[in-house]
Ligand binder design. Structure first.
Ligand code: GTP
Ligand code: MG
Ligand code: ZN
Length: 364
């Protein structure tokens, strides 16, 4: 390279880091500002908590300016980019600054300065959300626009945490998502053992509450056909504690998925969380599955005591006989719910799971 060339490159670099914008750069910036203004006018400020119900047949908002826009679905999110499926192809785009996206979000893309950018977020039809640990008044959406939430638990390693299943179910149903349970690693159960009996009792309890339960094993394939059938033609999300086998199930269900499972990342300093970002996979025609990172706890911030009472419909059916109309069933005298537990009309475990959640509300 000639010396003068190098000088020219240096001068260009100096300009490009903002010291002295070139004429072209000034023109480009002006153009971008104009696009941002027109975008701001036309967009109906999508937000994280957009509660607007999608209206069937609602006419599409007009495209921005003369740009061609494309509809896509968010299938993956990592810190530096968002993966969007557009017309059957996955593209990586920059995360928009003003929108917090979730896997499953429907977005609109447009070309901006030669790159595809997300310019609009469609209202979410359903959602699985939890409070942001950093700011419990804010919600983090784990998955959007899903039909089914598969609560994955494992019989042993890690042991089944019934309370987490309850909480996930409440959060799913509140977000408009039908919950079902997949109990994984069933091949590890010793037949007739205490754990097997314990599981039978829990499963009976869940089924009595109209919760579909599948006993499965990602390792042996047991029960996968039944689970697969209940996901057919729908979009589903796998949720549950870390290590229960969500990614293993996704791999077993999706023909070409190669998600990382447990062993490979054990020992990493963040503990056992193998999956660190959600991912949407194609299981078949119109059938999609989202794998999510494991949750340790699942807070229900934003829920009132009345919300929780209403969510436990089986308890509520006894509550009309409580002495106090706003009885919490925890401490009040002449409580018909606790009386029902005492005479065996209401499962003690079911009551305990209610009581645990009701007591913990303040600490979420
Ligand atoms: N015995 C047995 N082990 C399983 C089964 N399914 C998964 N595992 C093992 O359980 C461990 C955790 O599996 P993952 O699929 O990574 O669990 P995960 O729920 O995705 O965990 P996170 O990504 O951390 O949330 C791995 O060692 C798997 O091999 C099963 O059906 N039987
Ligand atoms: Mg995983
Ligand atoms: Zn009561």
């Amino acid at each position: 390279m000639e010396r003068s060339d190098k000088d020219a490159v240096r001068a260009k670099l100096a300009r490009s880091i903002g010291k002295e914008p070139t004429y072209e750069e000034k023109k480009r910036r002006k153009e971008r500002a104009k696009q941002r203004r027109s975008l701001g006018r036309k967009r109906e400020a999508p937000t994280l908590d957009d509660d607007e119900e999608p209206r069937p047949g609602r006419p599409r908002r007009t495209a921005h300016g003369n740009d061609a826009t494309r509809d896509g679905c968010v299938v993956g999110i990592v810190r530096a980019s968002v993966r969007v499926r557009v017309d059957g192809v996955e593209v990586d785009v920059a995360p928009p600054r003003e929108l917090a996206l979730a896997i499953g979000d429907r977005v609109r893309l447009a070309e901006r300065s030669g790159r595809m950018r997300i310019v609009e977020l469609e209202p979410r039809r359903t959602r699985l959300a939890r409070p942001d640990p950093a700011d419990p008044r804010r919600e983090l959406v784990l998955a959007a626009n899903v039909d089914v939430g598969v609560i994955v638990a494992s019989v042993v390693a890690p042991p089944l945490v019934a309370g987490l299943v309850d909480r996930l179910r409440l959060a799913l149903e509140r977000g408009g998502v039908r919950a079902l349970v997949a109990v994984n690693k069933v091949e590890l159960l010793r037949e007739g053992g205490a754990e097997a009996e314990e599981l039978d009792a829990l499963v009976a309890e869940w089924r009595a509450l109209d919760l579909d339960v599948h006993r499965v094993s990602a390792s042996t394939g047991v029960g996968l056909e039944g689970l697969r059938a209940s996901l057919d033609g729908r979009t589903s999300v796998l949720v549950g504690h870390s290590g229960v086998g969500k990614s293993s199930l996704a791999n077993a269900l999706a023909p070409h998925a190669e998600l990382t499972v447990g062993e490979l990342a054990v020992g990493a300093n963040r503990g056992r969380h193998t999956t660190t970002a959600g991912r949407m996979l194609e299981l078949g025609a119109d059938t999609w599955l989202i794998d999510t990172p494991g949750v340790r706890q699942f807070g229900l911030a934003g829920w009132t005591a009345a919300d929780v009472r209403a969510a436990f419909a089986d308890l509520a059916s006894f509550a009309s006989d409580c002495r106090f109309r706003d009885c919490t069933h925890l401490v009040e005298p002449e409580c018909a719910v606790r009386a029902a537990v005492e005479r065996g009309a209401l499962g003690a475990r079911r009551f305990e799971s209610y009581a645990r959640i009701a007591r913990s509300l303040a600490s979420d």
